[in-house]
Design a protein around this ligand. Sequence first.
Ligand code: PEP
Ligand code: MG
Length: 386
Amino acid sequence: MLGFATEQGSATAHTAILARALGLPAVVGIAGLVDAVEDGQAVLLDGDEGTLVIDPSADLVATVRPPADAASDAEPAITRDGRRIEVGCNAAGVDDARRAAAAGADGIGLLRSEFLFLGSDRLPSEDAQVAVLEEVTAAMGERPVILRTLDVGADKPLPALPQPHEVNPALGVRGLRLQLLRRPDLLLDQLRAALRVSARHPLRLMFPMVSTLDEVRQAKVLLEQARRDVTPSPADGTGMQVGIMIEVPAAAIAADVLAAEVDFFSLGTNDLTQYLFAADRTNPELAPLADSLHPALLRMVDQVVKAAHRRDRWVGVCGEMASDLSAVPLLVGLGIDELSVHPPAVARVKALVRRLEVAECTRVARAALELDSGAAVRGLLEQEGL
Ligand code: PEP
Ligand code: MG
């Protein structure tokens, strides 16, 4: 099987995310790689271990087994003491949705709608978006799909929508900010497309890169406008759940305020970690700093879950952390309701959830919140056999 290795990037940057979704072996952020390897040289890559061996010996190559096909598991993931954890998938296209369905995912917890806009120098019409969303939702049958509105900018540029240069693009006009500040017409097209599909399918809507309550309210005003355009009667199409990503620390800290305005939260731990530790997620040198098992991040998750549950809102995690088997017991212990993972991880995560006991996970997660480093949290998990 083929794979790839890069000198730049980190485990939560988009190259690695796409590789995982496709089940492609990849190792990213290997310092000095380009100088160390020559054209045509044989290398042996292990994406699970994160290793690359240059000129491997015949004996070593003989030990390699092709990866088994990812298992499928469509049964609910219920802990030993009876708590159901929804295990959905992240998807960035119709093929991903088919992989998610085949893997037995409970839904699509994050449909990265950027894919609708990539690969063309023209923006898609509302009708074109409806056609693709219909294909995605058809693949999932009755299972819910969470459509995230366009999240471009920073490490996700969009050729069809060139933006002026920014000195700090990760802190710039990206995600929801772009539509609210510059292109509400784009958001309206997406919202109308979503509303049309939601009339036939349990489609949910999610806004990315929210920092303030005011942004949520502005987005909801546009949603109302789209609803008036689409539905003959304003009472139609009101059942669509509307949520936001929690990926900016200001939103996490004000989660109690934001919970009043939405039906659910999904923690975008890739960006939340980047912004919390002020560590660029594409910079391999900073990858150890942006540690999602660090108690500072866990405390933030804890605060968001408590704020949401106080208002009976559900909370998911759609960042890479949800697919990390060492993080899952902590997330369950902190009260997370849904995990949105890569298609190849569905069966593994569901199997793990079934081995867990909420009471034990809660005790360990509470202890983790009091520790002083990610390494200490890993040590605790090991000690507890989790
Ligand atoms: C995240 O930030 O955790 C997330 C899921 O969104 P993306 O990786 O697309 O920025
Ligand atoms: Mg993000």
